[in-house]
Ligand binder design. Structure first.
Ligand code: CP
Ligand code: NVA
Length: 320
């Protein structure tokens, strides 16, 4: 049985198998196969969502399934029933689950105990559906593979979105540059795992200071210097400074991350015609400025739309 619990847990080959199906689902939206006919799937969400919730509800229906949305606060899970018990109940009644929650271990435990195809729709650790979508969108808009290209992430580089980007870079073979203050850089343990046990290539004390690790086929560069990170990039990418669950740190985060913004000055350093993406929701004047957001809105909302098509491909890969 296949799940999508993280990009760490799936191979580059499987990522490609999923990505290769997306264009077909997008092109044949009205006529594609309905492999989930007769099935019921549940969305179990402990955090807010617009894009992920709507795209999964619509996509699963278009694949033939009946869909129920379960706000974790409305079921006994929210009153402390263990995830493994919730999983064993639902696993006897439904055919697949899409889970948005805090702990990565909860989606993994759900998959283990429910024994039904399970999708991570965002945890504190990863957002795999988002990054597969982003890669499809890059390749769709550019007409060429992301392999060998340079992706620069600016902002809170320790949160779920950039961590999923690390695994994608390692397995699909591109350069990922993460520009963030030290306290917002990913744990070195993640980089070590991404490099599959290979030793770090080391630190340099020269400016711009960066750490680079050969992560399998790709490269991950970590730096505090966002101008250095943006120079020559094919794609500039950002995410909120205050992820869900981090609201208590809001004031500190806004202070610490000030300046780690995608704006016109930064875009000028990237390759001419570089794409700018945002997973959304966007906070103008924080991680991206209004003018840059609007200048790249077509890309950003194509990226949002592509959640629908990419997640159909993910589910089709899981049940196929
Ligand atoms: N990008 C994303 O996952 O958006 P939602 O939080 O609205 O689902
Ligand atoms: N890093 C953000 C992503 C939102 C889609 C969060 O976890 O809130």
């Amino acid at each position: 049985m296949k799940h999508l619990l993280s990009l760490e847990a799936i191979s580059g080959t499987d990522m490609r198998l999923i990505l290769d199906r997306v264009a077909g689902f997008k092109r044949d939206r009205a006529t594609h196969a309905r492999p989930l006919t007769g099935q019921t799937w549940a969305l179990i969400f402990s955090k807010s969502s617009t894009r992920t919730r709507v795209s999964f509800e619509v996509g699963l229906r278009e694949l033939g399934a009946q869909v129920m949305f379960l706000n974790a606060g409305d079921i006994q899970l929210g009153r402390g029933e263990p995830i493994k018990d919730t999983a064993r109940v639902l696993g006897r009644m439904i055919h697949g689950a899409v889970i948005r929650t805090f702990a990565q271990s909860d989606v993994e435990d759900f998959a283990t105990y429910a024994k039904i195809p399970t999708v991570n729709a965002l945890t504190d650790d990863e957002h795999p559906c988002q990054i597969l979508t982003d890669i499809f969108t890059y390749e769709e808009l550019r007409g060429e593979p992301i392999t060998g290209k340079t992706v620069t992430f600016v902002g809170d580089a320790a949160c779920n979105v950039p961590v999923s980007w690390i695994w994608a870079a390692a397995k699909l073979g591109f350069e990922l540059r993460l520009a963030a203050p030290k306290a917002y850089q990913p744990a070195r343990e993640i980089l070590r795992r991404a490099a599959d046990g290979a030793a770090m290539s080391g630190w340099t004390s020269q400016k711009p200071a960066f750490e680079s690790v050969d992560a399998g086929k790709g490269t991950v560069v970590i730096t505090e210097n966002l101008e250095f990170a943006a120079t020559g990039a094919d794609l500039l990418y950002t995410d909120v400074w205050v992820s869900m669950g981090k609201e208590a740190e809001s004031a500190q985060r806004l202070q610490d991350l000030a300046g780690y913004q995608i704006n016109a000055e930064l875009v000028k350093l990237a390759k001419p015609g570089a794409l700018v993406m945002h997973c959304l929701p966007a906070y103008r004047g924080k991680e991206i400025d209004e003018a840059t957001f609007e200048a790249h809105a077509d890309t950003i909302f194509t990226q949002a739309e592509n959640r629908l098509h990419t997640q159909k491909a993910i589910v089709d890969w899981m049940v196929g």
